[in-house]
Design a protein around this ligand. Structure first.
Ligand code: SF4
Length: 443
C-alpha cells in the first residue's frame, strides 16, 4: 500500500482502542495529534492505510483480547502499529505477531506519532483547522475524561501498572485546568477525573502552587477539585485511593462544588488480605471513614472494586468482606476473581484459591451486592433527580444523575422526549437491582 507524493488525499489511519479509560485518553491524545497533522481517521480496516491498536495488559483476558485485536488488524489491513499497556511487553507481542510495524508502551503519544510518520508520512500541509480546540474525543460530546496524572507510586502486589506506566507523574494544574476549560467551552457538561491514583495528584510536584484565573491553588487533589468546581460542569472523581486526605473532598461534595460521588477501590476488607495485597487500612478503619463521609454528605454515592479469591483468602476473610459490603452499603461495586498477572509479586504468594471457590465467592458477592444496590435504589423512588441525558435506546431516553457514572453504573430510563446532552429534572418512579425509571418533569 505505497503512497505517492502526487496524492491529494490525506493519509488515512485506522484506530482500535482497547482497555480502561486511561488508555482511552491516550487514544484521544494520539488521534488529536494525528488529526492536527492532517491525517484522516478511517472508519474501516479497508479504508485505512495503516492501523494503530491501543492495547490493554492488565489481566490475562485483556492480554488475549489485545492479541486477538492485533491479529484481526493484521489480517484485515496488514500494516499495524501497537501501543498501550501490552506494548510494554514488546517481545510477547512480536512473538505472537511478527508482522507488526512497530510497538510502543502506554502513554507514548510521541513514539506512536513517530512510528506513524515512518510508515505513513504526514501530508505536507497539515489541516490544523480541522481539529476542534478540545481535541478529538471518543466519548459523546456531553462528557469527557480528564486525565490528571500518569503512573503510580504504590506497589499493590496484584498489579503491574507501576512497572508498565512508571511512577506518578502529575500534569501541571494550569494545564489540567486549561484542558478542562476548553472541554466545557466545547459543550462538555460532565468531566470524569481519572488517573491511576487520583488522590495522589501533585505528590511528585511537591504540591507546588499554581495560579489559575487569578487565584492560587496547590497542586493537590482537593485544590484541583475546588478549581474544577468553578467551571460549572459536573465533576466526578474516579480511582480515589483511600488516603486520609480524601476526607477533605467531602465538604466540596456537600457544598455542591463537585458531584457527591466517590469511586474508591477498597479491594477487600480483611486486614490479612489487605496486607497481602499491600493495600492500606483495614475494613474497620474504612467503615469508620465511610460513616463520617455519609454523615457530612448524606447524598454521597460510593462506588468500589473488590477482588475475591486472592491467595490466602479464607472463608472467614471472605465473610468479612461480605459483612463490610452490608455495613458500608456500597452503592455500586465491581468484583473481579483474582487471576495472576505476569510479573506481579502476588504470584509468589502461597494459598492459591481453587477456581471453583473463586467462582462461588464471586457469585455470593454479586448476589449480596445486587440486594444492596436494589435497596439503595429503592430508597430513591419518589425523589426528584437532576439527570444528564446520555441518549435514546429502543425509543426511550436514558441518562444519569450524580449517582451514576457513565459506562460502569446503571442508568435512569426516562419517559418523554429528551436529547443527549440535556440536563433535566426527573421524578423517580421505579427501580430494579441496577437501574432506575423516571418521568421527566416539565420545566
Ligand atoms: S494503586 Fe495499586 S492497583 Fe492501583 S495502579 Fe497503583 S499499584 Fe496498581
Amino acid at each position: 500500500m505505497m503512497r505517492t507524493l502526487m496524492q491529494n488525499q490525506p493519509p488515512r489511519v485506522g484506530f482500535v482502542s482497547l482497555g480502561c479509560s486511561k488508555a482511552l485518553v491516550d487514544s484521544e491524545q494520539i488521534l488529536t495529534r494525528l488529526r492536527a497533522e492532517g491525517y484522516e481517521i478511517a472508519r474501516t480496516y479497508a479504508d485505512a492505510e495503516l492501523v494503530v491498536v491501543n492495547t490493554c495488559g492488565f489481566l490475562e483476558s485483556a492480554i488475549d483480547e489485545s492479541l486477538d485485536a492485533i491479529g484481526e488488524a493484521l489480517r484485515e489491513n496488514g500494516r499495524v502499529i501497537v501501543t498501550g499497556c501490552l506494548g510494554k511487553r514488546a517481545e510477547t507481542v512480536r512473538a505472537a505477531h511478527p508482522g507488526i510495524l512497530a510497538v510502543t508502551g502506554p502513554h507514548a503519544t510521541s513514539e506512536v506519532i513517530e512510528a506513524v510518520h515512518a510508515h505513513l508520512p504526514p501530508p505536507s500541509h497539515p489541516f490544523i483547522s480541522l481539529v476542534p480546540p478540545q481535541g478529538i474525543k471518543l466519548t459523546p460530546p456531553h462528557y469527557a475524561y480528564l486525565k490528571i496524572s500518569e503512573g503510580c507510586n504504590h506497589r499493590c502486589s496484584f498489579c503491574i501498572i507501576p512497572s508498565l506506566r512508571g511512577r506518578l507523574a502529575s500534569r501541571p494544574l494550569r494545564l489540567v485546568m486549561e484542558e478542562a476549560e476548553r472541554l466545557v467551552a466545547s459543550g462538555v457538561r460532565e468531566l470524569l477525573v481519572i488517573s491511576q491514583d487520583t488522590s495522589a495528584y501533585g505528590v511528585d510536584l511537591h504540591y507546588q502552587p499554581d495560579i489559575w484565573r487569578g487565584s492560587m491553588y496547590k497542586s493537590q487533589i482537593t485544590d484541583l477539585a475546588r478549581a474544577l468546581g468553578t467551571l460549572g460542569a459536573w465533576i466526578r472523581l474516579h480511582y480515589v485511593y483511600p488516603y486520609p486526605h480524601v476526607d477533605g473532598l467531602i465538604p466540596l461534595m456537600a457544598d455542591g462544588l463537585i458531584l457527591p460521588y466517590l469511586d474508591v477501590p477498597f479491594q477487600h476488607a480483611s486486614l490479612a488480605v489487605l496486607r497481602a495485597m499491600r493495600r492500606p487500612a483495614s475494613g474497620e478503619d474504612n467503615l469508620r471513614r465511610i460513616e463520617s463521609w455519609r454523615r457530612d454528605c448524606p447524598e454521597l454515592t460510593l462506588r468500589s472494586t473488590f477482588i475475591v479469591g486472592f491467595p490466602g483468602e479464607t472463608e472467614t476473610d471472605f465473610n468479612e468482606l461480605l459483612a463490610f459490603l452490608e455495613t458500608a452499603e456500597i452503592d455500586r461495586a465491581a468484583c473481579f476473581q483474582y487471576s495472576p498477572v505476569d510479573g506481579a509479586t502476588a504470584n509468589t504468594l502461597s494459598g492459591a484459591v481453587p477456581d471453583e471457590i473463586k467462582q462461588e465467592r464471586y457469585d455470593r458477592f454479586m448476589i449480596a451486592q445486587a440486594a444492596i444496590s436494589a435497596r439503595r435504589l429503592r430508597n430513591r423512588v419518589g425523589r426528584v433527580a437532576t439527570v444528564l441525558v446520555d441518549g435514546i435506546a429502543e425509543g426511550r431516553a436514558y441518562g444519569r444523575s450524580a449517582a451514576e457514572a457513565p459506562e460502569v453504573d446503571g442508568v435512569i430510563h426516562l419517559d418523554g422526549p429528551a436529547q443527549a446532552g440535556m440536563l433535566l429534572q426527573a421524578h423517580i418512579t421505579g427501580s430494579d437491582d441496577h437501574d432506575l425509571w423516571g418521568e421527566i418533569r416539565v420545566q
